[in-house]
Design a protein around this ligand. Sequence first.
Ligand SMILES: Cc1cc2nc3c(=O)[nH]c(=O)nc-3n(C[C@H](O)[C@H](O)[C@H](O)COP(=O)(O)OP(=O)(O)OC[C@H]3O[C@@H](n4cnc5c(N)ncnc54)[C@H](O)[C@@H]3O)c2cc1C
Length: 454
Amino acid sequence: MSILENLQAIIGDRAIACDAIEGDRRGGDFMTRGHAPLAVVYPTSTEELSKVMALCNEARQPVVPQGGLTGLSGGATPGSAGMVVVSMDRMRAIEEIDVDAQTITVQAGAVLQTVQEEADAAGMFFPLDLGGRGSAQVGGLISTNAGGNRVLRYGMMRDLVMGIEAVLPDGRIISSLNKMLKNNTGYDLKQLFVGAEGTLGVITRANLKLYPKPASTVTAFCGLPDYAAALAFLRRARSALGGTLSAFEAMWADFYELATQEARRPLEGRYPIYVLLDALGSDPDADAARFELMIASAIEAGEVEDAVIAQSTRETLDFWKIRELPAEFNRVFAPHIPFDVSTPTGSIGAFRDDVDARLKAAFPTLGAIYFGHIADANLHIGIQAAHGEDPAAVKSVVYDTVRDWNGSVSAEHGIGTEKRKYLGFSRSPDELGLMAAIKLALDPNGILNPGKVL
Ligand SMILES: Cc1cc2nc3c(=O)[nH]c(=O)nc-3n(C[C@H](O)[C@H](O)[C@H](O)COP(=O)(O)OP(=O)(O)OC[C@H]3O[C@@H](n4cnc5c(N)ncnc54)[C@H](O)[C@@H]3O)c2cc1C
């Protein structure tokens, strides 16, 4: 029997051969293209997936886990022909919301926006948020340790995962589901799967942390004279807003100009740097007054040259639409090469100037725009290589600069295939050796997501 027939013997018509359309959809993620898979499997339970994995392991059949396919590093892209894709699209259940434990228990295929909405309906708040919210699944978010817009207050996905259930490459089910904040019973196995990009196991369920629902959101869009002012403004906002500061997004001028070609400009003047900031609080009147005072004092100190505070939810969404331009990059900034690097917050301005100078020296016609979650030490670089520039040469310039600054080649999108060559710029040989040993221990036959990360 063929591998497909064997899979169908386990889960019937939820193992399908790929036709041209499905093969095209499943052959790549948001940024990369690979190979159409041999077959796609849609398990509906952990037990079913366990049988699928045991069969594939026995047959030495390579398997690629896929979530919402919004990844930006090639982690979910089949790297060669003949692979089996495991899709979590039929495991989307929201199983439980526990208001006392402040947790939500979900299947790994649950979509981020659904988790946010279900938490909201229960009077709670799931804080992780990013542009791919309408498609990205919990399993994918955990596997890439996704960050997004509210990391400075609530942390990355790693900080929001309390428990995980996963199926190992040989079919064993590891249940580290857990709703207890304090649980010091040996190695924290769930963390092995966070950021592993589907190379150590397929995540099937998770307990995620919830927070009290904020009663107020105050948002401002500001124009600043330089990066030093952005740092001073960040320090001020952190201390003056008493822990309610939830987003602090920097956008350099070229990003703002591109983003406002199709959107309303919140600020008419032109500034070297723009900052979009959000504070989520519990007392609408007091929160708004404190926020306004903080902005006024930043203007007085010369950190901010102009600012507008959103007066409605519509206006808040309009401000955020500018920051969410990257979702449109494939349309308005193609062909596009994305970077998500990090250096410590204090040095991002100088790092950005250095990388920009090196890029312009090497590729005078290249388009480069800069933006990022600077409070999280995360700078995004968007490159438009529209004049035949070699992507590999562009990557070398950026990652060489990251290495010179002792930074990280991936702040939040992961390594996948796109940054594999550069992982050694940010991790030592001993660290890489330990990662390889862990991979070998969990996946001795190398069937799960081969060619990714390591
Ligand atoms: C418009 C846009 C904006 C974005 N903004 C941000 C941002 O601000 N911050 C940020 O961090 N990221 C951002 N991202 C990328 C982000 O990494 C992904 O959105 C998300 O984390 C991946 O989820 P997914 O379900 O789409 O996973 P996929 O793309 O399907 O897969 C991603 C990786 O996870 C693995 N995987 C998927 N499901 C499972 C599972 N159940 N078990 C094991 N492995 C699995 C895959 O094998 C792959 O390696 C953005 C993406 C887009 C398109």
